[in-house]
Write a protein that binds this ligand. Structure first.
Ligand SMILES: [Zn+2]
Length: 196
């Protein structure tokens, strides 16, 4: 009967809209931390669709206070059971050093010592201007960075210890994911060199 189908559709839509109120987790019980880069197709790379995950993106896909805030909420209150970190090759976070950024901001007459990091929490300041370099989180090795983000999340007291946490590096050159330090091309080259 048509009305049964209509009622089922309406109920499904209500479940969708009221997920948080009804305690329905995302489909995969998954939280994703990824770089904001436009070359990184997070959903496509992970094979996930609308409804499957909470996706958090920032510059670099690194563990910041807001990443911890979001991961804490989804893991402790929205029944998320898995975290996947996705960093990528050719990331803009590797295109300059923290010192270079600090210098560039100084040239724009921005006083890093007085800067309020979060307009809603004006007391959140970097009292030591050198801490800005840590805060901005520039990096030079995407594999090491990816592994480090996983460890930071695993060690954080606000992330439940039973949450599964893994990291992957997306290669913008090949459009593929790999585990950190798992560079197939280099291994092939090494084997060729050994045969030579
Ligand atoms: Zn990036």
């Amino acid at each position: 009967m048509l009305h049964q189908q209509m009622d089922a559709d309406i109920a499904a839509r209500a479940d969708w809209a009221l997920r948080r109120q009804r305690g329905i987790p995302n489909n995969r019980r998954l939280w994703v931390l990824a770089c904001m880069d436009e070359r990184l197709p997070v959903e496509e790379a992970l094979g996930i669709r609308l409804g499957d995950a909470h996706v958090f993106r920032n510059a670099g896909g690194i563990v910041t206070d807001d990443a911890i805030r979001s991961a804490m909420l989804t893991c402790n209150f929205f029944d998320t059971r898995e975290i996947v970190v996705v960093n990528h090759t050719e990331c803009g976070m590797m295109s300059a050093t923290a010192d270079q950024l600090v210098e560039a901001l100084r040239e724009k007459h921005i006083d890093l010592a007085k800067l309020s990091l979060n307009p809603a929490v004006p007391e959140l300041k970097l009292s030591d201007p050198k801490a800005f370099g840590k805060w901005i989180g520039m990096f030079s090795d995407v594999d090491a960075t990816c592994a480090a983000q996983v460890e930071l999340l695993r060690a954080h007291p606000l992330i439940p210890s039973e949450v599964q946490i893994h990291g992957y590096v997306y290669e913008v050159e090949t459009g593929r994911l790999r585990a950190p330090h798992q560079i197939l091309g280099r291994r092939v080259n090494t084997a060729q060199e050994m045969r030579a």
